[in-house]
Write a protein that binds this ligand. Structure first.
Ligand SMILES: NC(=O)c1ccc[n+]([C@@H]2O[C@H](COP(=O)([O-])OP(=O)(O)OC[C@H]3O[C@@H](n4cnc5c(N)ncnc54)[C@H](O)[C@@H]3O)[C@@H](O)[C@H]2O)c1
Length: 245
C-alpha cells in the first residue's frame, strides 16, 4: 500500500472525526479508533473501504493497545502517523470532585495517550520515521473546575516534550496541538449560558471548528515539516494570550 498509514484515536466524533476526514482527503489510509462502536460504524459508512477503517479499542487497556498495533504492523507493515485525540472531561471544583472522576480523566487523557505513544514509539523508532501528534488543550494552562483535566493535558505537554527528545534522532517528530473552545459534542453538553460566557471571553468572540484543529494536525503530520518537534501549537482564537479583561 503506497498510502501513508495514520491512526487517529477518539475518531468517531468531534475533532477526531474532522481529523479522519482531513487525512482521508489526502494520501492517507486512516485507522479510526474509538470505544464508541456505533458512532465509529456510522463514521466509516461515509468512506471508501480503501480510505478509512474503524477499529473498536479502549486506549486505556494496555493489552488492547498492544494487540491493536501488532495487528496494524502485521497488515500494513508500518505506521506513519499517530494522532492521540481521545479525551474526556469530568468537571468540578476540587472539593466536589470525586477521586473516581480524577482517576477516569487521567486514565483516558494521560495514561491512554502514554500507552498509545509507547507502542507507536517502538514501531517508529525501528522504522526510523514517524509523526506523533497529541491533542492537549489550552486548558493545561489552568481552568477553574478542571483540576483533573488540566493536569492530564499538562501531562500530555510534558510527555510530548520528552518523546521529542527520545525520538528525534530516529526521525520521529512529536508535537501537541492545544485546542481552545471548539464546537463538538463535548462542548455541546455545556449549559447555554456557560457556553455564551466562554465565547465572550474569547479574543475572537467565536468558537473554533473541528476543522481548525484538523488543518494543524495535517500540517504537523505532513512532510512539509521536518524541523518542528516537542512543540505545543495553540489553536484557540487567542485565549492562551491571557489578560482578556
Ligand atoms: N471541544 C473542545 O472545546 C476541546 C478543547 C480543547 C481540547 N479538546 C480535546 O480534543 C479531543 C477531542 O475532543 P472532542 O471535543 O472532539 O470530544 P468528543 O467527546 O466529541 O469526542 C471524543 C471521542 O473520544 C472517544 N473516547 C473517549 N474515551 C475513549 C477511550 N478510552 N478510547 C478510545 N476512544 C475514546 C469518545 O467515544 C469520542 O468519540 C479531546 O482530547 C479533548 O480533550 C477539546
Amino acid at each position: 500500500m503506497s498510502k501513508r498509514i495514520a491512526v487517529v484515536t477518539g475518531a468517531a466524533k468531534g475533532i477526531g472525526k474532522a481529523i479522519v476526514s482531513r487525512l482521508a482527503a489526502q494520501n492517507y489510509f486512516v485507522i479510526a479508533v474509538d470505544v464508541d462502536e456505533l458512532s465509529g460504524k456510522k463514521l466509516i459508512s461515509g468512506y471508501d473501504k480503501n480510505k478509512v477503517r474503524f477499529a473498536k479499542a479502549d486506549i486505556c487497556n494496555e493489552k488492547i493497545v498492544q494487540k491493536f498495533f501488532e495487528k496494524i504492523i502485521k497488515e500494513y507493515k508500518r505506521v506513519d502517523v499517530v494522532v492521540n485525540n481521545a479525551g474526556i472531561i469530568r468537571d468540578n471544583k476540587i472539593w466536589n470532585m470525586s477521586l473516581e472522576d480524577f482517576d477516569k480523566v487521567i486514565d483516558v487523557n494521560l495514561r491512554g495517550t502514554w500507552l498509545m505513544c509507547k507502542e507507536a514509539a517502538k514501531i517508529m523508532r525501528d522504522q526510523k520515521s514517524g509523526r506523533i501528534v497529541n491533542i492537549a488543550s489550552r486548558a493545561w494552562l489552568g481552568n477553574i473546575g478542571q483540576s483533573n483535566y488540566s493536569a492530564s493535558k499538562a501531562g500530555i505537554v510534558g510527555l510530548t516534550r520528552v518523546l521529542a527528545l527520545e525520538l528525534g534522532k530516529y526521525n520521529v517528530l512529536v508535537n501537541c496541538v492545544a485546542p481552545g473552545l471548539i464546537d463538538t459534542p463535548l462542548t455541546q453538553k455545556l449549559e447555554k449560558e456557560v457556553l455564551q460566557k466562554l465565547i465572550e471571553a474569547q479574543p475572537t468572540k467565536t468558537m473554533g471548528k473541528p476543522e481548525d484543529i484538523a488543518n494543524v494536525v495535517a500540517f504537523l503530520a505532513s512532510a512539509e515539516t521536518n524541523f518542528i518537534t516537542g512543540q505545543t501549537i495553540y489553536v484557540d482564537g487567542g485565549k492562551s494570550i491571557g489578560a482578556g479583561l
